[in-house]
Structure formats: structure tokens, C-alpha cells
Design a protein around this ligand. Structure first.
Ligand code: SF4
Length: 692
């Protein structure tokens, strides 16, 4: 018996990017544990990845290339050889590439967050082809854009400082389900006397454990932030010195905030006036007393029409009260902007050689797959290569997405671990390796460590890393640039800029040995200003926003779908629906792991007792959730966790593993946010009825 312990990193779309220790016995991974020495991980994994070995050795793993033999969507395939698969793909793509390369579309996201198995060799392949570019907007771009206009980059409070905060506002997130290691720090802060306040329309697991829960209507967070500014300014709970030295636009902001009285704010948000006033007094009062006050804002606030503005407004608050002065103060949206990554070296946009292909937004894939050729759109999409994503389950307005993938004249290739809803529509399915079977390197969007992932076991069956699949495809397509011969280790070695002071001493071989290395960043990044904005200050007034056609000051943008903005629609569909992550799933990953699905139970809809009674719905009844875009059915849970007027469908279920073959994205829309061209999953009105 030989036993080894291999250093690895969690690849999933989660801010925590845990350091893993994989126990391998005679070539078999027998245990995946959290690295006790990695400060953010501290030896603890979430329940999902603690079962990573179960996922890796799952009996349903795709182990061989497959060719479709049934109808699209039916999921019937036959095994073929790699040669046959690659020859088939090259034979299909070559004539399209010669005629209209933009008719080929990559579709990928964060199925792995790895810099190597994500967008390195894959992007080189598509750049060389001249394929359509993909705007990867499906999760974070609205908030990231709003934050960037205000603060300059996705840089904020270090995760490892939160335990010293005395007030933590958890805004638009449920860290127990999706940011566990932040929650550990928040609990430590609570034990040290900190107050925790959750702002979320839904009383999530996290909100239940906070001292206070404020439940604004979905899409009204920007108004709440303006109301807080109003009280902070009116009651002079400000850090005037910080404002004078490190911000611009205060006088204009003051005028704007004056419009947002607590009464107007409360009415817009559907909360009590006193909740606005007391929260502002607590936040500003503690900051004024020199206590560290921190905000963890998460992506829940930005999946609505005004999502970018919501994050922007929240990001103004720490500068008003001088919270950035303290390492445990400020705000964290994402730490991703802290990393000096070398994306151009990995992805080689120079291979486009002056060509400027069109860009297709991944959030409107439903419409775009159904568009014919036109001067505005360009050529109809004729081939899609999907990797690290499952659009049939996760993209908005799912009926259209499925209709697009069902097109008989569309050639679809899917690289996957499992036969997902999307793989069911593929012409060719290629088996991809999991994180235990390949090399990678990672940044994080929750902490400040560069991470290494060593291969712990040999690839299962005939599975191959994404990089190798694109190398082989490049060779079949006749691409001979030397960059298509670089190994995964050579790619990883280029991932970070070792000349940058933040990544000082970065060396791939030592990172592989050690597993992780912290960036060289100041403990309080904006204590003395230094914001990476055009002005170098926190921008209450943003000239860049004005140049981009946006309101240069914080403002409120009502949802597309709400009683206030569209009363006619609200008469037919009076309930707002959100679909945040279920605790045991990670987007659509892990839904097929039986033990996790068993814990999650079955798809359900949380509905307030008042709304349920008005529809004669009882706990456990089957209900149909519908609007003009579609419908899905699941069991009702009558609970006041969902505020009145709100229904909540924890997600994202694979459609084929849900009772009626549908999920919450049947009713979400393809409309985009105010900035960042992101989807508006939580800007959805529905009606609910009992079904027999
Ligand atoms: S999903 Fe998140 S919490 Fe779970 S192991 Fe991965 S990084 Fe850690």
C-alpha cells in the first residue's frame, strides 16, 4: 500500500477557493480534506467538496467520447473513439471556419475557476479560429462594474480581517451556503461582541443566525443605500476628513441623498422607516466611535435591472464614514482585482491577428441561438463548443435556450464530467477530467492567495483535461503555432506576473510544492485613499459613468418587473421570485451527487403564509409557478422565511432531475442589467397556483 497526500485547490465557483489535501492510496483518491494550515480554509470544507471523491468516482462519470444517436435533448449516445470524435468535430468546424468563423461560438463559465483548465488553451484555440467572442456575464459583471466605477477595482476588505469587525452587514448573500469561510470569520467576530445584520429579501440560513434581519423587496437595495446615506449626512455621522482627502463628488452626493428620506426609502424597499434610521445610526455611529464596521456585499443584490447601481451605492458607504481606515472595516464584493494575473499570456488575444469578431453575450444565448443571419447580428450560430458550463439549466429563459440547442442545423460539442441537461443536446460529448485528475492554478474572489492544484490521480477512463482536448482539436484543425504545444505546467508558470510586487517571488514549482502563497497586499487597502479610479479617489461622482451614458451619481433604478414599475404586469403576476443557491448545490454542479441531492430533498418553492392562503395553497401542495415566459412545478413550503409578496425557489436544479423536467429558469428573463450586460435572474414576477 502506498499512501500520498497531494496538495490541491477547490475549482468551484465559490469565493473561498479552499486548499485541499487529497489522500491517495494505491492510485485511488480516498479522502479530500481541507488544508489545516491554509488560513482561509483552516481545515474545513463545505459538505459539497468534502464529497469530491464521491463525485470523481461517480458511476455516471463520462469516461469515453460519445456521439448522439437519439433526438437532440433525448440523451441517447453511443461510444466512439477519440480519433473519431476529433475527426468529426474538425470536419464540421473546418468549412465553417473557412466561410464564417464567427458562426462558431465558445460557451463557458466557471465550472472550473482554474486559470489553466478554464480559459487558456481554449481561448487560444478560439482566437486562432476567429470565432465569436463570448461576453462572460452570467454571474458577476453588473456588480463588478458598479464597484469599479466607485472604488476602481475588485479590491476590498481582506477575508482574514473580518473577525475583528464590530459590525458586519451581510448584504445580498447567504454565506452559510456559499461563502462558508467568511461565515466562520463572522461568527468569530460575533463571539468577540460584533453585531451581525443580514439584508436579504429572504430569511436565509445566514439571516436566521444574525442579530437582525432586514428584508427589502428584491431590486431595491440601491434605494436602501441612498436612504442610509441620507441619514448619515443628515445626522452628521460622517468622516469629514476622509471625505475631503479621499473622495470626489460629496456635495453632489449630498444633494442626491437629500431626496431619499427614510419615509421614501422605506416605501420603496417595503420595510419600516425605523429600520433605515436605526441601521444608519448604528453604522455611522460605530464608525465615528472608531469601531471597525464592515460590509460583505454579495451578488444577490445585482441580479436586477439596477444591479450595478445597487453595488455602486453600497460601495459608497465606507468612504462616507471612513470605514476604510481600519483593516477590519470597508466592504468586500470580490478580491479578484487583487491578483496580478497574466491573462493575455494565457489566452493569447494576439492570435486574432487584427480580426475583431463580434461578441455574443452568454446571458442572451436563448435569443442568440435562434437568430438568423443578418447584417446586425452577423452569421447565424452554426456550431457551439460548451465547456465548464451547463447553459440549458443555468441560462435565463430556459425554454428558448433549449429550443436553440434543439436546432437540427446546430452542431454542438460538450466537454463534461457528466451527462448534464446541456450534454443531452450535444452531437459529440467529450469526457473531461475533474480537479483531482489535472494540474491547475487559481486566484480567488474571496481571499488573497495564489493557489496550486496538483493532479492526485490518473484521468478516469479516457477523460482528458480541457487543455489537452483543445490541443488535440488545434492539431486536427491544422493550427501550428508553438503555443498549442505548451504543457499545463508551462501554462501555469505564466499565470501570474512575478514582476508585480503583489505576486513577489511567484514561482510555479514552489507554489506547487506549497499549495498556496499570499499576495503582498496592505492590510487596509484604502486607509490612505489610493483608489485605482481615474481620480485616485472613491468616486461618489463618476465622470466615467457619465461618459458611458449613466447617471454619474448614486441613484435608484427600479426593477423591470415590480408593482411600482409595471403595475399592469404586477396585476397578472403579483409575486416577485428569486432563485438563490441551494446549500447542497453549487449553481448546477453537484445536483447529480445522490447524497447531496438527498439532503436537498426535492425542488420546492417557499411562499409566505398570507400569499399561500390567498391561493388556497397548503404546505406540501404541488404548485405551478408561471409567467408569460414559461412555467415549472414543485412543492410549496409555506413559511415566513419568504417575506410577503416574495417566493423563493432554491436552485439550480438539473431540469431532468426535477419532477416536471423544468427548473426556475423557465420563468427568468433575458433582460440585462443597467451596467455590465448581466442577467436579471431576480427581477422576475410570477403567479403561483395549486395543481392537483
Ligand atoms: S465550494 Fe467553496 S467552501 Fe466548498 S470546498 Fe470549494 S471553495 Fe471551499
Amino acid at each position: 500500500m502506498t499512501t500520498t497526500h497531494v496538495r490541491a485547490a477547490c475549482p468551484h465557483d465559490c469565493p473561498d477557493t479552499c486548499a485541499l489535501i487529497v489522500t491517495v492510496e494505491n492510485g485511488v483518491a480516498t479522502e479530500v480534506k481541507g488544508d489545516p494550515d491554509h488560513p482561509p480554509t483552516a481545515g474545513v470544507l463545505c459538505t459539497k467538496v468534502a464529497r469530491y471523491a464521491e463525485r470523481t468516482y461517480h458511476p455516471d462519470r463520462l469516461l469515453y467520447p460519445l456521439r448522439r444517436v437519439g433526438k437532440k435533448g433525448e440523451g441517447k449516445f453511443e461510444r466512439i473513439s477519440w480519433d473519431e470524435a476529433l475527426d468529426t468535430i474538425a470536419a464540421k468546424l473546418k468549412p465553417i471556419a473557412a466561410r464564417a468563423p464567427e458562426a462558431i461560438l465558445p460557451y463557458s463559465y466557471a465550472g472550473t475557476m482554474g486559470l489553466v483548465q478554464g480559459e487558456s488553451m481554449a481561448q487560444r484555440f478560439f482566437h486562432q479560429l476567429g470565432a465569436s467572442l463570448l461576453d462572460r456575464t452570467i454571474c458577476a459583471t453588473a456588480g463588478a462594474t458598479g464597484y469599479r466605477y466607485t472604488v476602481g477595482a475588485s479590491i476590498g476588505t481582506d477575508l482574514e480581517q473580518f473577525q475583528d469587525a464590530k459590525l458586519i452587514i451581510i448584504w445580498g448573500g447567504n454565506p452559510i451556503a456559499s461563502n462558508l469561510h467568511f461565515w466562520t470569520r463572522a461568527q468569530a467576530a460575533k463571539r468577540n461582541g460584533a453585531k451581525l445584520i443580514a439584508i436579504d429579501p429572504y430569511r436565509s440560513l445566514t439571516a436566521e443566525k444574525c442579530h437582525q434581519h432586514i428584508a427589502p423587496l428584491p431590486g431595491t437595495d440601491a434605494a436602501l443605500a441612498l436612504g442610509l446615506m441620507h441619514v448619515l449626512i443628515a445626522e452628521d455621522l460622517l468622516d469629514h476628513e476622509y471625505i475631503a482627502d479621499y473622495t470626489i463628488g460629496y456635495e453632489e452626493l449630498k444633494q442626491r441623498a437629500a431626496e431619499w428620506t427614510p419615509a421614501r426609502t422605506a416605501e420603496t424597499c417595503g420595510i419600516m422607516e425605523d429600520e433605515v434610521v436605526q441601521l444608519a445610526r448604528l453604522y455611522g455611529g460605530m464608525a465615528k466611535a472608531g469601531e471597525p464596521v464592515a460590509i460583505r456585499v454579495n451578488y444577490g443584490v445585482q441580479r436586477v435591472k439596477g444591479g450595478g447601481m445597487s453595488v455602486r451605492n453600497i460601495a459608497c458607504l465606507p468612504a462616507l464614514v471612513g470605514a476604510w481606515r481600519h483593516p477590519a472595516g470597508g466592504v468586500q464584493l470580490s478580491s479578484s482585482g487583487s491578483f496580478p494575473t497574466n491573462k493575455a499570456k494565457l489566452q493569447r488575444p494576439d492570435l486574432l491577428a487584427g480580426r475583431t469578431p463580434r461578441t455574443i453575450n452568454m446571458s442572451t444565448i436563448g435569443d442568440d441561438l435562434l437568430k438568423p443571419s443578418s447584417p446586425e447580428f452577423g452569421p447565424q450560430v452554426e456550431a457551439v463548443i460548451v465547456y465548464n458550463s451547463n447553459p440549458v439549466a443555468v441560462a435565463p429563459e430556459s425554454p428558448k435556450v433549449a429550443q436553440g440547442f434543439a436546432r437540427e442545423d446546430l452542431f454542438t460539442v460538450v466537454l463534461e464530467h457528466f451527462q448534464t441537461d446541456t450534454a443531452d443536446y450535444a452531437d459529440i460529448v467529450l469526457p473531461a477530467t475533474t480537479q483531482l485528475e489535472h494540474v491547475d492554478t487559481h486566484t480567488s474572489y474571496g481571499h488573497l492567495y495564489m493557489m496550486a492544484n496538483n493532479a492526485a490521480i490518473a484521468p478516469m477512463g479516457e477523460a482528458k483535461p480541457n487543455t489537452e482536448i483543445f490541443r488535440l482539436l488545434a492539431a486536427r484543425m491544422g493550427m501550428d503555432d508553438p503555443c498549442f504545444h505548451e504543457s499545463d505546467d508551462e501554462l501555469a508558470a505564466q499565470a501570474f506576473n512575478a514582476q508585480d510586487a503583489r505576486a513577489i517571488h511567484f514561482d510555479w514549482e514552489s507554489l506547487k510544492r506549497n499549495g498556496w502563497q499570499k499576495l503582498n497586499m496592505p492590510a487596509a487597502p484604502f486607509a490612505l485613499g489610493g483608489f485605482p479610479t481615474p481620480s485616485g479617489k472613491c468616486e461618489f461622482y463618476s465622470a466615467a459613468m457619465q461618459a458611458d451614458g449613466l447617471d454619474p451619481l448614486p441613484t435608484y433604478i427600479a426593477p423591470y418587473e415590480s408593482a411600482a414599475s409595471n403595475p399592469e404586469l404586477a396585476k397578472r403576476y403579483p409575486l416577485a421570485m428569486i432563485s438563490p443557491p441551494a446549500r447542497n448545490f453549487l449553481n448546477s454542479s453537484f445536483v447529480n451527487v445522490s447524497s447531496l441531492r438527498a439532503t436537498e430533498g426535492e425542488p420546492h418553492l417557499d411562499i409566505h403564509p398570507t400569499d399561500a392562503a390567498a391561493r388556497a395553497i397548503e404546505h406540501g401542495d404541488m404548485v405551478r409557478i408561471y409567467n408569460d415566459r414559461g412555467s415549472f412545478a414543485c412543492k410549496a413550503r409555506v413559511t415566513d422565511k419568504a417575506r410577503a409578496g416574495l417566493v423563493v425557489g432554491l436552485s439550480i436544479w438539473w431540469k431532468k432531475l426535477a419532477g416536471d423536467g423544468k427548473n426556475a429558469n423557465e420563468v427568468t428573463s433575458q433582460r440585462l442589467t443597467d451596467m455590465g450586460r448581466a442577467p436579471t435572474f431576480y427581477d422576475t414576477l410570477v403567479q403561483v397556483e395549486k395543481v392537483s
